[in-house]
Write a protein that binds this ligand. Sequence first.
Ligand SMILES: Cc1cc2nc3c(=O)[nH]c(=O)nc-3n(C[C@H](O)[C@H](O)[C@H](O)COP(=O)(O)O)c2cc1C
Ligand code: SF4
Length: 464
Amino acid sequence: MDVRDAKGGIGISKSGLMFLAEQLRLYPAEVYEVATTYPSTKFVSPTPAVEKAATDLDSEWRVAPAKSASFFGGLVDGSNGSTPPRSLADYRESGGYEILHILKSDPTAADDLMQKVAALNLKGRAGAGFPVARKWKQAKRSAGTPVVVVNGNEGELGVFKDRFILENEPHAIIEAALVVAHVTGADHVFIYLQDEYKFAQSIFAKAVAETMQAGLAETVTLDLRRSGGAYICGEETTLIASLEGRAGRPTERPPYPSEMGYKGRPTIVHNVETFFRLRRAWGAQSDVEIPVSRLLDPNTSLFSVTGRVRNPGPKLMSNLLRLVDLLDLAGGLSRGVELGGMVVGGSCGTLISAVDCERPLPDLVQNGLTLGTGGVFVFSSKDDRRAIAFEMAAFAARESCGKCGPCRIGSKKAMETLVSNGPLDTVLIDELSTVMAEASLCGLGRNAGRFLKTLPSYFGDPQP
Ligand SMILES: Cc1cc2nc3c(=O)[nH]c(=O)nc-3n(C[C@H](O)[C@H](O)[C@H](O)COP(=O)(O)O)c2cc1C
Ligand code: SF4
């Protein structure tokens, strides 16, 4: 339902909401509850023309743009400076969609591919590193026809690695999703894109239409969806809730989505980068013309580098030995800047001191550091570390869906503790972090707890 106010703002009016409730046979409070879990939904005062439009069932529901990520930086929409996305013709010329053809014509090929993926020990790239083949097997074993979801919600501040892939290689993602559908017997593929990724959305709208016109997805429904602007909607059970039109809040696991997900069907949710890397399983090679294709090398990682560097952006790196080595790729530190440290793993990641950035990465990983979503925010020795920690706690507090107390209350309390000017209450921070890490329902609260755990030791250092 497209609803505009007198200034042209897009959102939903009170009467539009009442109308939806009536049509859906729900209480207005239920519709209001669902709508308010999505930050993109804006409530507007309608013009008379809008009131009329609100009664037109065929018009499309549209929502206003969500807030923009700030502090940690990011890319301006459609400005990654790379080459235009590969067209369907180019993609097919370099062997694209051939594997689908083979799968359709050779009944043994699907099992072979499944075995190859298992042998390659491909792990999901969303951060947790769950084995890909195990998820597929779970889905095949479970009751019902599977569903495949490309998770392109990418909502952490300063993280844009998936966007880099989406804007460069739409057909690689579509083909990989269709291949997963074929191998697991799925008949529906959702491509779920972040609300703010307008450029990627337009690229995918075209690429999906081209794929369908070319008859490459005859047995599978390709369904392009735009998220509602909430970071939590990247969490798989929340993503599924939003696809079903429910409020954007996680549900407890088990059952895991690969056993029982979208409308009770087994649902395979993978990160965009996972789909891209899957192409290695059928022999797709790195192509010098397409920078993102270097990801087909398992030793290459993709980082989103922002902050006090001369050349921020997506950076492909093979065999990263120390975090400081990323600085060279980003053109070095900005002029006159001395390294203060890095936030690694995005806005839900970990603060690392300048000294630790020089240490061998395996040592840090052994002590519990995870690179997570590959976000790296570089800060200077003059930047206020406490303000950075505050921004991270504020992100968790803002994005918390409020379903469970440890995260809803703990993240706000942590924010308040960090904003005060006095000495850091390390005992309170430690208690909050334990409760959040151990008692939160989903990864948002648990990760925020883990990040808080590292703070007391970090702020034990003298402030610059
Ligand atoms: C708060 C939260 C946000 C998440 N956001 C994303 C996201 O934007 N993209 C993503 O691929 N996975 C995200 N995940 C992880 C998903 O739940 C899921 O594990 C992932 O899509 C699986 O992908 P993989 O198998 O490729 O690793 C998030 C998890 C949590 C707890
Ligand atoms: S941990 Fe936070 S985001 Fe996750 S369910 Fe609980 S309140 Fe919601």
